[in-house]
Design a binder for this molecule. Structure first.
Ligand SMILES: Nc1nc2c(ncn2[C@@H]2O[C@H](COP(=O)(O)OP(=O)(O)OP(=O)(O)O)[C@@H](O)[C@H]2O)c(=O)[nH]1
Length: 320
């Protein structure tokens, strides 16, 4: 009767997808491993003699960590599980999950029994999801037309840069650029040409960036913001002037402009050293006011509040 029962259990265990095993924790020798292991990894049942065989067949990247976890948990008598890549007989790897139950006698671990599950499909799906999530995250922070940062990313970057400037009492500058008479451009050349023009202006502005802490974003429509951490007023004005010149150099025809025969932009510049209770929105509002002033002044120019600072420029502005 007992033999029948044992036979039944063995048949059941050996017909599951999960691979059963038992390891003597005193001798560190395998007492049993299901025959399914051979179809999963290619190694024969007999080749699993000791715990070392198991350790040797774990991918080197997670070998030490997995073995250490298993040894310490087993010694402490704690059931555990581990995901790792198991070496196949032909030199490949398969992602598996090992679920381990610890058997103790009088407070001493005597054996481990466990199941090995093939989780390679799940891992593949996880990789795909991870890649998709990364893509999605990147898309949600980038403008789809120009590929530069979008307003969402700008808002986040501004918050970080503002807090840092507040803490270190450094100047922070913002330049808002707006393409002049862009409605007329669209009306004259069509919306598709308008899109191309926005891309070219974005690329040109982006090329003016020389510090890793500078960030250009498309704020909306034909409006761009250039956020400049640790940049004083003089430096920001000079950079804005460089940008206007770089765009003029592109000589993008704009036949219906009353300002020039080519695309021009206006810019508002603002620099602040944040005080304790100041708000980053105030930086944008002040720069926007200056942009409005530049438009009022006739466009294709830069406006900033107050006199130019006398602090010498230490930004290595790109040549024009
Ligand atoms: N092609 C294209 N046009 C856009 C896009 N976003 C906004 N626009 C257009 O940009 C134009 C902006 O027009 P306005 O805000 O009147 O400003 P403007 O004509 O540039 O005039 P000023 O700013 O005063 O010089 C509108 O005609 C919008 O339709 C876009 O993604 N692609």
């Amino acid at each position: 009767m007992n033999e029948d029962k044992d036979g039944l259990y063995k048949t059941l265990l050996e017909s599951t997808k999960a691979i059963p095993w038992k390891l003597n924790w005193i001798t560190k020798e395998f007492e049993y491993i299901g025959p399914q292991i051979e179809s999963l990894l290619g190694w024969t049942q007999q080749s699993w003699a000791t715990a070392q065989d198991w350790i040797d067949r774990i991918h080197p990247d997670e070998r030490e960590q997995t073995a250490n976890l298993c040894i310490s948990q087993s010694d402490f008598g704690v059931d555990h599980e581990a995901d790792y890549r198991a070496l196949t007989a032909d030199g490949g790897y398969v992602w598996v999950r090992d679920v381990v139950h610890v058997i103790r006698e009088n407070g001493v671990t005597t054996a481990l029994v466990g199941f090995i599950f093939d989780i390679s499909e799940r891992k593949k799906m996880e990789d795909v999801l991870l890649r998709l999530n990364k893509q999605l995250e990147s898309l949600s922070f980038h403008d789809s037309l120009t590929g530069i940062a979008n307003r969402r990313m700008y808002d986040r970057a501004l918050q970080v840069a503002w807090t840092r400037a507040q803490r270190n009492q450094n100047p922070i500058s913002l330049i808002i650029f707006d393409i002049d008479q862009f409605k007329q451009y669209n009306d004259h050349y069509g919306h598709a040409a308008g899109d191309k023009c926005i891309i070219e202006v974005a690329d040109t502005l982006n090329n003016s960036i020389i510090r890793s802490t500078d960030m250009l974003a498309r704020y909306g429509g034909e409006e761009f913001v250039l956020l400049l951490a640790n940049t004083n007023k003089n430096e920001a004005i000079e950079l804005a002037e460089t940008c206007l010149q770089l765009i003029a150099n592109k000589r993008i025809p704009h036949a219906s402009s009353t300002v020039s025969n080519f695309i021009t932009v206006s810019a508002g510049v603002c620099t602040m050293i944040p005080t304790d209770n100041s708000d980053p929105v105030s930086l944008f509002e002040a720069a926007d006011k200056m942009l409005y002033a530049a438009k009022q002044k006739g466009r294709n120019c830069i406006e900033y509040s107050g006199p130019r600072s006398s602090v010498s420029n230490n930004r290595n502005l790109s040549g024009i």
